[in-house]
Ligand binder design. Structure first.
Ligand code: ASP
Length: 504
């Protein structure tokens, strides 16, 4: 049975693990989610004669009675009345404020569902640790090999400028679509999900200050320290700068570095893929944690979140990009989509732009009739750095997390930080499954949200990954048509560009 499951495609394994974890978690939550305990006086600290613990999904109440008859009451979670009466938001807060009471609860008061959930959390967090482990080396080698690969195409300056303008432009459009959608739908507001303190103050820094901090982090005074402190923006900017300088140096040095980075990229991809193989196990434990402790209400909140991502992706893929195709590339969007359908379906089922690349190239050249000189440059570059779907997804997901975490939307200045960081992250993300989720740590860090919240999104990431990867590949393909048309127009208005063998 297990052997048969292991032979299934990874996304099926993840889906089964998700359903299984959710089914066990919900059942435990419904049948074993409530426990009311009265502790023996011998278990209590000196000076106390009684302790009653009432643990139920979303609310814990602990009442301690002193020998003098005075009572102490602690409530964690609960409804609006509890919150108005000053309940704590999380058990971590209880641990900080009253460590002895917290220990009593942990040892003697937890319901079976909560014990199961805590176990799921510990094991699921191991998987999150693995993802975080690969994220930094992956960024460095994927970005480095991508940028240095350009050195060999330095004569393609004009195509490069246009391609880059297209990539940046469409990614920004995607991010704006995502931001508008998540601000209108507000999937994280009013949800019953309690991830962490909602009483935490938002950092009310000015936009100028926040943006300047980002500019500062683009210039790491000590790149090695940036690596060890996992300061992603600093790492990305230094890697890009290093790669550009390697291109400037050129010759054998560039070739050796390029080879080194692309070899290391291969190795990191293998490691990442190995970790992603564990996704079914990770998903099982993480969803178990969420469902045992939160109950089935989590699915409503996540359904709305998923709906928001999917609606924004649909708008970008079915409206924005086809408009560009129609009015800039002068192509029929429907026919172009039909020509690209094998690549889009491969992207959908594999969740990997890199894996789909050979299919994309063959569709663009053989079915859409775009010349090899454009596609051989635009598509490999696009698979690495142009990820509209990922950029959009990052923006929606981070704002969703912020809405749940803070209980309100992020101020506009921080949303701008999210937009800029999402753009950089989508450029730095590898075209492999779940890369977007791995890279989201960067944005969470930029706006001061804990990376541990990623666990919540992991349970539904596969479906969203399939859809955003299709949009990524669709955007690369549309980019080919746009750049090709712009080149054709330029050639008709001026001397044709000889690529790749210009004499100068
Ligand atoms: N799977 C996506 C891709 O390959 C990247 C992501 O996780 O967003 O394009």
């Amino acid at each position: 049975m297990i052997g048969r499951l292991l032979h299934l495609a990874l996304h099926w394994q993840i889906a089964i693990a998700l359903l299984l974890g959710a089914a066990i978690g919900i059942t435990a939550n419904i049948t074993m989610g409530v426990r009311v305990t009265e502790l023996e006086p011998s278990l209590l600290p000196k000076g106390y004669k009684n302790c009653k613990i009432d643990d139920r999904p979303g609310r814990v109440e602990i009442v301690l009675t002193r020998e003098s008859g005075k009572t102490e009451r602690w409530v964690v979670g609960g409804g609006p009345e509890d919150r108005a009466a000053g309940s704590l938001a999380t058990l971590e807060e209880l641990e900080q404020r009253a460590p002895t009471v917290y220990r009593l609860f942990q040892r003697h008061g937890r319901s079976f569902a909560r014990r199961l959930g805590d176990l799921g959390d510990r094991l699921g967090q191991l998987f999150i640790r693995m993802l975080r482990m690969v994220s930094i080396p992956l960024i460095v080698v994927s970005l480095g090999s991508g940028v240095m690969g350009l050195g060999r195409a330095s004569s393609l300056g004009r195509i490069f400028t246009r391609t880059f303008a297209y990539y940046l432009g469409t990614s920004m459009l995607a991010i704006v679509t995502g931001l508008i959608m998540v601000n209108v739908v507000r999937p994280g507001i009013g949800t019953s999900l309690r991830l962490a303190s909602t009483e935490q103050e938002l950092h009310a820094e000015s936009m100028g200050e926040i943006l300047f901090q980002q500019v500062e982090s683009l210039i790491p005074p000590n790149p090695i320290a940036a690596l060890s402190d996992a300061r992603f923006l600093s790492i990305i900017s230094f890697t890009i700068l290093f790669s550009i300088c390697a291109i400037v140096v050129g010759g054998g040095i560039l070739e050796r570095f390029r080879q080194l980075f692309s070899d290391a990229f291969e190795v990191m991809m293998t490691m990442t893929n190995g970790i992603i193989r564990l996704a079914p196990v990770g998903v099982f434990f993480l969803i178990l944690y969420v469902t045992t402790t939160q109950g089935s209400s989590v699915f409503y909140s996540l359904a709305l979140y998923m709906g928001t991502v999917l609606a924004a992706l649909a708008f970008h893929g079915l409206v924005t990009l086809p408009l560009l195709l129609k009015f800039v590339a002068h192509r029929s969007p429907l026919e172009y989509a039909r020509a690209m359908s094998p690549a889009l379906l491969t992207a959908f089922s594999s969740s990997s732009s890199n894996g789909t690349l050979p299919v994309t190239i063959s569709c663009v050249e053989q079915r859409a009739g775009i010349s090899n000189r454009i596609s051989s440059f635009v598509l490999p570059l696009g698979a690495t750095i142009n990820m509209d779907g990922t950029a959009l997804y990052e923006a929606v997901a981070v704002l969703f997390i912020a809405q749940v975490y803070h209980g309100t939307t992020l101020p506009i200045a921080q949303q701008i930080v999210v937009a800029i960081t999402a753009l950089m992250v989508s450029i730095g993300a590898a075209g492999i499954p779940h890369a977007g989720l791995v890279m989201m740590v960067v944005i969470l860090q930029a706006v001061g949200l804990p990376a541990s919240l990623l666990g919540l999104l992991l349970s539904v990431d596969r479906v969203l990954d399939m859809c955003r990867t299709s949009v990524n590949v669709w955007s690369d393909s549309c980019g080919c048509a746009v750049v090709s048309e712009l080149e054709r127009a330029a050639e008709m208005g001026g001397p044709p560009i000889e690529i790749p063998s210009e004499p100068d």
